[in-house]
Write a protein that binds this ligand. Structure first.
Ligand code: SIN
Ligand code: FE2
Length: 200
């Protein structure tokens, strides 16, 4: 584990990508990746869906956590135990003792897709960190400051890496640079990212 800046911890090659890829393939048969829209009506280029007691959601009505998937009208699939364990253990190593995620958002990036700078701020308790796992081709994760612009701190995230941002970094702007065309034995040209949160 490396602390890259206060509250940002990187665990290189910490997870087995194949296990997580298999979980995603299983889940996406039931709960498809979808493009949501922002409250202003803009299409979000990163497709996603959730696991857990609640899932992050966005549409014309705003940003929020939903217990029922508005697309299927069913609860989100649950977070597999092995992922709750891995993320809880990593968080404890970084000093977040009682991290128990109730939500995980799974993002899918195709080549050319980027995630614009944002703050994760729809959760109840900002003393809880965000734990992020990457699968597939690599991407550049960018951490800005308390404002959207300015010089970014760049972190290349490879498949299998786990990143935690919490404490003083929990409410910093962050995003992902446009995904470069690359090839990965499991995922082809795709990158998946799973962000585990304690939302409620
Ligand atoms: C996010 O900030 O929600 C996702 C980050 C990532 O894809 O690495
Ligand atoms: Fe985020």
């Amino acid at each position: 584990m490396e602390e890259l800046m206060p509250g940002v911890f990187l665990f290189r090659g910490y997870v087995n990508e194949e296990d997580i890829f298999n979980t995603i393939v299983e889940l996406k048969a039931e709960t498809p990746f979808r493009h949501m829209v922002t409250p202003g009506g803009k299409k979000i280029n990163v497709a996603g869906f959730s696991m857990g007691q609640c899932g992050w959601y966005s549409d014309r009505r705003g940003y929020r956590y939903e217990k029922i998937d508005p697309l299927s009208n069913k609860p989100w699939p649950s977070i597999p135990d092995y992922l709750t364990e891995i993320t809880g253990q990593a968080a404890a190593k970084a000093g977040f003792e009682d991290f128990a995620p109730d939500s995980c958002f799974i993002n899918m990036y195709k080549p050319g897709v980027r995630l614009t700078a944002h703050i994760d701020q729809d959760e109840q308790d900002f003393s809880q960190p965000i734990v992020s796992i990457s699968v597939g081709v690599s991407a550049i994760f960018q951490i800005f400051g308390e404002k959207r612009g300015g010089k970014a701190f760049n972190i290349r995230l490879n498949g299998g890496d786990l990143l935690i941002f919490g404490g003083p970094a929990r409410r910093l702007y962050h995003g992902v640079k446009k995904l470069e065309p690359q090839s990965h034995p499991l995922t082809g040209d795709i990158r998946y990212n799973l962000t585990f949160r304690k939302a409620l």
